[in-house]
Design a protein around this ligand. Sequence first.
Ligand code: 5GP
Ligand code: ZN
Length: 117
Amino acid sequence: MAGEPEDDCLFCKIVAGQVPATVVRETDTTVAFRDINPQAPTHVLVIPKVHYANAAELAAAEPAVAAGILREAQAVADEDKLESYRIVFNTGGGAGQTVWHAHAHVLGGRGLQWPPG
Ligand code: 5GP
Ligand code: ZN
């Protein structure tokens, strides 16, 4: 059920400490950890502790938690001393989403092209 931990969800397992991750920040409602396959010098995933399939579902159900993801993205950028960075929410398989637990990619530390392709 949305909002409840899902048995088969990798990111719910990271939240529960059942799968190891390099955690860089944690709040009451979010966890931020380094992506296992980084696409930039800084590549951190910021996730809600609650399970929703994507960012839009999270924002509809728990807008304060969704806003917290954006605050935490800025905090990650501050900690890594990034002047510029990108926040990406891949939503749907055609956009590259592979983990069905809402997450923001925070990317920085190198030049980032726009449009991204
Ligand atoms: P998506 O493709 O769904 O937007 O992003 C999922 C991200 O999770 C990918 O960038 C992928 O590298 C990352 N990822 C997948 N499995 C793990 C894992 O076990 N640990 C960590 N830290 N990241 C993971
Ligand atoms: Zn989950």
